[in-house]
Design a protein around this ligand. Structure first.
Ligand code: FAD
Length: 305
């Protein structure tokens, strides 16, 4: 069977793409190995009607909704290879199966690269986060940290100051703020600490203090890390996509990449705020664009027959 579309990645972006494709009677397989970025957290916020939901519950509801549509199937497999042969894509999964598809939607997300500080992973997703719009409300009015040893420090500090008046920027041994930026932050009551962090202290992921290499410490109850990002998936592939400055797959407003027949949506584009609802909306848009392309191909073929 030739699929109309192979959707790679079953987070909100891929799930919503598959939903719209299923409702459009497009033969679709959604491939997902269930390693989403937000697996470290137990609550997702900011998606209307689903505020506070557990990420895996969100996914379960999405998968159940797809079950209603006979043209959609979910394969819980990792895709490791995509190639284009003539006008069809060959998609190979880790168990060695190969599927042919007319179109591809990449919804594989990204992974953050956390700073190399001992115990950071114990706290990430519980009291340390990367997106204030996702988790700022839960940390409001508490003594917070912004941990940033690169160019995002100033920007992140300004944003996080919206949720607390007790904020310290920790640059972890780096000098990343200009004199002007330091003055501006200090004028708003935000302090700066440039000591090298030794570790995080707390219980069950809830931060209590940040300890430095000089054995001093500062009490903090949570905060935000300015992480770096990389693509969650790399494929053995002859396809070449244009990437943006952050390493995200570049698309137009219809989620089309520069490779004909390949669309990308959600975090994999690393192009703006990273949010479930934005990823889902882009998934919907990618599916509509796939439909539009298939319809055009059908009518053009008929015109030339
Ligand atoms: C700690 C934390 C807290 C967050 N909190 C919130 C929040 O409260 N609200 C909010 O809106 N957003 C939140 N986010 C952001 C949110 O998780 C992302 O914006 C969202 O998950 C992006 O959806 P996506 O579908 O693009 O990617 P993902 O959800 O990451 O899904 C990608 C899927 O593709 C699969 N995949 C990847 N490669 C392959 C492959 N080769 N083959 C098969 N499958 C593959 C992965 O296993 C994964 O299941 C949070 C993120 C983090 C890290």
């Amino acid at each position: 069977m030739i699929l109309d579309c192979a959707v790679i990645g079953g987070g909100p972006a891929g799930l919503n793409a598959a939903l719209v494709l299923g409702r459009s009677r497009r033969k679709t397989i959604l491939f997902d190995d269930n390693k989403p970025r937000n697996a470290v957290t137990s609550e997702s916020h900011g998606f209307i009607t689903r505020d506070g939901i557990h990420p895996q519950e969100f996914k379960k509801i999405g998968q159940e909704e797809l079950n209603k549509y006979p043209d959609v199937r979910i394969e819980k497999q990792r895709v490791h290879c995509i190639n284009k042969e003539n006008s069809l894509f060959q998609v190979e999964t880790e168990n060695g199966k190969i599927y042919s598809a007319k179109k591809i939607i990449l919804a594989t997300g990204f992974t953050e690269i956390l700073p190399d500080i001992p115990r950071v992973k114990e706290f990430y997703g519980k009291s340390l986060f990367s997106c204030p719009f996702c988790d700022g409300w839960e940390l409001r009015d508490r003594p917070l940290a912004v941990i940033a040893d690169g160019g995002k420090a100033f920007h992140m500090a300004k944003i996080v100051s919206n949720w607390t008046n007790d904020l310290i920027v920790f640059t972890n041994g780096s000098k990343v703020l200009s004199l002007e930026e330091q003055k501006l932050l200090e004028s708003k009551g935000i302090s700066i600490n440039e000591k090298k962090i030794a570790t995080f202290i707390g219980h069950e992921g809830m931060l209590e203090k940040i300890e430095f290499e000089d054995e001093t410490s500062v009490p903090r109850e949570g905060g935000f890390i300015a992480a770096e990002w990389k693509q969650a998936a790399t494929f053995d592939s002859s396809l070449e996509y244009k990437l943006n400055e952050q390493g995200g797959i570049e698309t137009d407003s219809w989620q089309r990449t520069n490779t004909e027949g390949v669309f990308a949506c959600g975090d994999t584009r690393i192009a703006g705020p990273s949010q479930l609802i934005i990823a889902a909306a882009e998934g919907s848009m990618a599916a509509i664009a796939v439909n539009a392309a298939l319809i055009e191909e059908k009518f053009n073929l008929e015109k030339h027959a």
